[in-house]
Design a protein around this ligand. Structure first.
Ligand SMILES: Cc1cc2nc3c(=O)[nH]c(=O)nc-3n(C[C@H](O)[C@H](O)[C@H](O)COP(=O)(O)OP(=O)(O)OC[C@H]3O[C@@H](n4cnc5c(N)ncnc54)[C@H](O)[C@@H]3O)c2cc1C
Length: 467
């Protein structure tokens, strides 16, 4: 019989849950994870990782169509095999999910396969297909059940014509045309993947710009770049309904007081996510739910003593690294470690792996101004950077936002090749509360695209060299 008494139980084995359990084990706690589906959660199985595998294929497909620009003789471009593309993506996801199982074993974390549910103080029951598996107890229980796709009334995903991210990740055949509803990171990544694989893609966004959480200039830059690639983008537009044909969907879209109908092979609904708060035994506890997310303090504590929540379940930003970081903070606070830093959401970077990539950390220029800051703004285009030109990636820009009074870096915003790898430089600067002085003193290697980060700092103080 497996052990049923633990120091800590984590419900959900995603990047929030499994990282929390490993950190607990490192701190000497006897930890368990209850997972009903796949270790690694949405991130490794249906989110971050398999999308990046698909996007890598679409980048290669793009490059294959531009070989002469790199000195290769023009010739027929090899066709892709969609089944093999999807197989590779699923293989990458499987490899990483198995890696999590190995890490949990290595850290002596017990894994229970089944549905978990709070069942009274310090108790959690596990069932599989309705049959009881175990009743577990622990003084601390972390809820990390994640989130799922939000459904638009009248446009509910049916798995055939209207897809959520799950179906979009494993297309049985390439649609010729596609409508993506919602232009947040998930919608735009799929739009970019399919567009770069040759599909006619239309994106509809209810707000007045795509990637609405990003700085307005970065959104505008990305918008133009996508349109140059052939993507059609309709902003300030609401989807009013859909009628399904045998193998297509006609969607009614209203924008600027006008109504239009678009017929496409498939629709991807990417209109946000809702937390998995149902059927986990929250009723009758002190855990507060705001809309579909559990309310927590900066250490993951809920209103119920001994019950904590982290990750997507605990609200935005819905990002894997936020989930993992919250898990670590929560466990370290439970263990009573000194100097546990509470989560500062302003220092969580956000990345969208479209082409060109988008990445940011901290305040946008508009948010900084709304917050009462007097700002100094720097900008630098990729066209002024030797490495970007050598790589054939001259389209991009970096924007920095400083507090004019103190020189503190308030935010950094990037669009272009490799920016998702580079944003970490500015994130460290934010964490260290760096000012323009330290950033200007920093030596950036040449030739790298990261030099645009230096130049965007210099530009805020009218010292940019190469533009
Ligand atoms: C298409 C897509 C692309 C994404 N790309 C990125 C990206 O590039 N970068 C990024 O940072 N984020 C990305 N995300 C978001 C990221 O996947 C989530 O933020 C992250 O997975 C949240 O982690 P979590 O641990 O909170 O929840 P999840 O990963 O959702 O894990 C929750 C786990 O709990 C389990 N569970 C739920 N209820 C129960 C129960 N009652 N009993 C037992 N088990 C249960 C689920 O099966 C699941 O495995 C993407 C998401 C999607 C959909």
């Amino acid at each position: 019989m497996p052990e049923t008494k633990f120091d800590l139980i984590v419900l959900g084995g995603g990047p929030g849950g499994y990282v929390a359990a490993i950190r607990a084990a490192q701190l000497g706690m006897k930890a368990a994870v209850v997972e009903r589906e796949h270790l690694g959660g949405i991130c490794l199985n249906w989110g971050c990782i398999p999308t990046k595998a698909l996007l890598r294929t679409s980048e290669i497909n793009h490059l294959l169509h531009h070989l002469p620009e790199f000195g290769f003789a023009a010739g027929p471009v090899p066709a892709f095999d969609l089944a093999a593309v999807v197989k590779r993506s699923r293989g990458v996801a499987k490899q990483l999910s198995s890696g999590v199982a190995h890490l949990l074993r290595k850290n002596k974390v017990t894994v229970f396969d089944g549905d978990g549910k709070l069942a009274g103080k310090h108790t959690l029951t596990v069932t599989k297909a309705g049959a009881p598996v175990a009743t577990l107890t622990a003084p601390h229980i972390i809820l990390a059940t994640g989130a799922r796709a939000r459904q638009l009334p009248g446009l509910e995903a049916d798995g055939k014509l209207i897809w959520t991210y799950k179906e979009a990740m494993i297309p049985p055949a390439m649609p010729k045309s596609l409508l993506v509803i919602g232009s947040g990171a998930i919608g735009i990544e799929f739009a970019s993947f399919y567009c770069n694989m040759g599909v006619a893609v239309t994106v509809v966004e209810v707000l007045d710009r795509i990637l609405p959480v990003e700085d307005a200039e970065i959104s505008a830059f990305a918008h133009k770049a996508f349109e140059k690639q052939g993507m059609k983008i309709i902003t300030s537009a609401a989807v009013k309904g859909a009628s399904k044909g045998a193998d297509n969907v006609t969607v009614t879209i209203e924008s600027g007081g006008k109504s239009q109908q678009i017929t496409v092979d498939r629709v991807i609904s990417a209109v946000g996510i809702v937390g998995n708060v149902e059927n986990i035994g929250l009723e009758g506890t002190g855990v507060k739910v705001d809309r579909t997310h559990v309310v927590i303090d900066p250490y993951g504590r809920t209103g119920e003593p001994g019950v904590y929540a982290i990750g997507d379940l605990a609200g935005p930003p819905w990002l894997a690294h936020k989930a993992s970081h919250e898990g670590v903070i929560c466990v370290e606070a439970i263990a009573g470690l000194k100097d546990v830093h509470p989560m500062d959401v302003r220092n969580i970077p956000g990345c969208t792996y479209c082409r060109p990539q988008v990445a940011s950390v901290g305040l946008t220029e508009a948010r900084a101004k709304e917050g009462g800051y007097e700002v100094r703004v720097g900008r630098f285009p990729f066209i002024g950077n030797g490495k970007a030109i050598a790589m054939g990636e001259p389209d991009g820009m970096v924007k920095t936002v400083f507090d004019a009074k103190t020189g503190e870096l308030l935010g950094a915003h990037m669009v272009g090749a490799e920016v998702t790898e580079m944003i970490q430089g500015y994130t460290i600067a934010r964490t260290l509360e760096a000012t323009e002085a330290e950033l200007m003193h920093t030596v950036f290697p040449h030739p790298t695209i990261s030099e645009t980060m230096h130049e965007a700092v210099l530009d805020a103080y009218k010292r940019a060299i190469h533009f």
